[in-house]
Design a protein around this ligand. Sequence first.
Ligand SMILES: Cc1ncc(COP(=O)(O)O)c(C=O)c1O
Length: 393
Amino acid sequence: MKISKTAQSVSASVTMAVTARAKQLKAEGVDVVSFGAGEPDFDTPDFIKEKAIEALKAGATKYSPAAGNLELRKAIAHKLKEDNNLTYEPSQIVVTVGAKHAVYEAIHAIVDPGDEVLIPTPYWVSYPEMVKLVGGVPKIVETRPEDGHKLTPELLAASVTDKTCLLILNSPSNPGGFCYSPDDLKALGAAIAKTNLAVISDEIYEYLIYGDMKFQSFADACPDLYDRTVTINGLSKAYSMTGWRVGYTASPKDAAQAIGGMQSHMTSGPAPFCQLASIDALKQGQADIAKMHAEFARRAKHICTRLNEIDGVSCPEPTGAFYAFPDVSATYAKLGVKDSVEFCNKLLEEAKVACVPGIGFGCDNNVRLSFATSMEQIDLGLDRIKAFIETAC
Ligand SMILES: Cc1ncc(COP(=O)(O)O)c(C=O)c1O
């Protein structure tokens, strides 16, 4: 069959590949510790499930409006005002099938074929592929560990050409849980203001932020750029609702119309009972978020401390999300591997621990460990990684 050049240009997700191999080994009875998960290990809170069941029984089984249920869009606008100091009318919100599709639609709404899109490393695996899907050119900007793996105004200025139309920012980030402070955002905003760039600010890990770091929405930190910003968020990570597929975009009206118009031809609104339950999640989910947050904060500290105790491993403390992103490149020669893919393959086959190669996020010196798994599994996995690295001859 003929396969389009666009489809051929897209690489399979390395995150999914490792998770699939670990699952296959587990199915064969092998005792694998998986640090591959991209989703919280908690169940969706019961009150949200009950609301969805109620909605189903009440007949919420038919198409919803293409841009999403109006009550949910009002609840999202309310959340953005209360939590983020951002003013959006419900007509500026599009409820999407997960935040993943929100990012894709936002890129599609902004990027023309040949346009360049700035993507700072380390980046979420899907961003460059989504840019390619719409005919854009991903322009990867190498950030530096000494800058906290964050894009600086200087790097931004040096990377923009007359073809660059968009910057994708993600804070707290996947991978690594790196966060831009309010001051970082303001400084970056000042540099962006001197260009014509639009910004997609992916804030899906907003509530998972630890220590002294404070979350601020990009459009709030840089109000002058409100008209050029699409804010992305969703229910997946904060409420442990990854399978429900509810995300959203909040944007200027012209972008919301473009995104909603495309969505009406691509997916229509998400399942109506998932949207109705999401209204309650947004209104009453804070206590559940707080419980999950406390546990993730505890794990973030623990995993980072233990990783730094391993010879040749260096891990910045994750200040958000549920991922650690250690640099393991000092172990490559000793282990006889040349890159992060070989490191992860050897680790999985010999020590039965699944991690995600950093190359999928643009950093071949690193691997990603998700700590969305129990403390027992974290400790077992780290014991194995330590033995794997320290006993290698
Ligand atoms: C940075 C980032 N953005 C967006 C998403 C997509 O979220 P959703 O499950 O709502 O599609 C993910 C999921 O892993 C992510 O890590």
